[in-house]
Design a protein around this ligand. Structure first.
Ligand code: CTP
Length: 319
């Protein structure tokens, strides 16, 4: 049977896997959920043995210079360079330095958010993390508007903004960037080859339009460290999803973590169809062997942590 993470309070240093946790879905709106701060602190402490999100959230100007060669994390034989423009956008100090928040929301992109009326609740958190530049304005009642940190895989430029192939798409993209004023834009630029041109376009637009975002480019060790943490806890993920990466990092700077829009299933608990993304027509691909992710396993893991009070997974409508 698949083992899932659990922790015993008595063993601070080594989390103990508990085999056979059922994949029973949690009732996210159940009133009996209480925050388990002891467990949450323990998880933070254990994750810190693998990574420090304050540091690993971004490489810094002081460690690189223009022209430096970087090996892609997943395509080790392929390399890219730190361009002059990218160098300009490297932070001088970590964008999360000395940041600490009581309640954070991490918003995944599942269609389970549609008709949830969770927008206001999501926005009420002290820090709101979103994934892959997902649109908010048209869906604000269900997903909220606030963004403290948003991720952007280079592929988003192609998938959601037509590879900026017309002036209209460029304008839409710039508008989206401008709406992020003050937030952290987290770009995993060195994960897989193929995105360097898109990263460069984005960087140029940010510089050209003096967009007020704080850019961050994850450290080269982050992904392996996150994977290492979960594998050590017997969660056999292939490649952590953006959502799991964000949860793992958020434990560093958030007390209570609330997850919304995590539902990698084609149907809701009542059997009604659920879109893969709340905002587009992409279909489910995670079940295919080719998918780099193991989303249902991640979901079961997060559900187990929800039941133990380490985080709260919201999968139903909000009040
Ligand atoms: N997610 C989910 N259920 C879905 C869709 C997304 O739980 N039906 C979560 C996943 O953790 C995912 C995150 O929401 O990483 C953001 O969604 P998305 O932008 O779709 O990420 P992906 O493009 O699927 O994957 P990647 O992690 O590679 O960026």
């Amino acid at each position: 049977p698949t083992s899932l993470v659990t922790y015993r309070k008595s063993k601070v240093s080594s989390p103990i896997p508990l085999p056979g946790l059922k994949s029973k879905t949690c009732n996210s709106s159940s009133p009996e959920w209480t925050f388990n701060s002891t467990l949450s602190n323990l998880i933070r402490k254990n994750i810190l043995r693998f990574l420090d999100a304050e540091r690993d959230i971004s490489i810094l100007k002081s460690t690189f210079k223009p022209g430096d060669v970087i090996h892609y994390i997943f395509d080790r034989q392929s390399t890219t360079n730190i361009s002059e423009n990218l160098y300009q956008l490297l932070p001088t100090v970590s964008p999360m330095k000395n940041q600490h928040y009581k309640q954070c929301a991490i918003v995944g992109n599942s269609g389970i958010l549609l008709n949830s009326s969770c927008g206001r609740e999501i926005d009420s958190h002290d820090f709101v993390i979103r994934c892959n530049l997902a649109p908010v304005e048209e869906y604000s009642a269900d997903v909220g508007l606030r963004t403290s940190l948003v991720t952007m895989n280079p592929s988003v430029v192609q998938r959601a903004f037509q590879d900026l192939n017309s002036e209209e798409w460029v304008q839409r993209f710039v508008h989206r960037l401008q709406s992020l004023s003050g937030s952290v834009l987290w770009i995993p630029a060195f994960m897989a080859k193929g995105g360097e041109e898109r990263v460069e376009w984005v960087i140029r637009l940010i510089l050209l339009h003096t967009v007020n975002v704080r850019t961050a480019f994850p450290s080269l060790r982050l992904l392996h460290a996150v994977r290492g943490y979960w594998l050590t806890n017997h969660v056999q993920i292939k490649r952590p999803t953006t959502g799991l990466l964000m949860y793992t990092m958020a434990t560093r700077f958030c007390d209570e973590i609330h997850l919304y829009g995590f539902w990698p299933f084609a149907h809701d608990p009542d059997g009604k169809p659920v879109k893969y993304h709340y905002y587009d027509t992409l279909t489910y691909h995670y079940t295919s062997r080719a998918s780099p992710h193991t989303m249902p396993l991640e979901f079961r893991t997060l559900s187990a942590l929800h039941r133990q009070g380490a985080l709260r997974l919201h999968t139903g409508p909000c009040k």
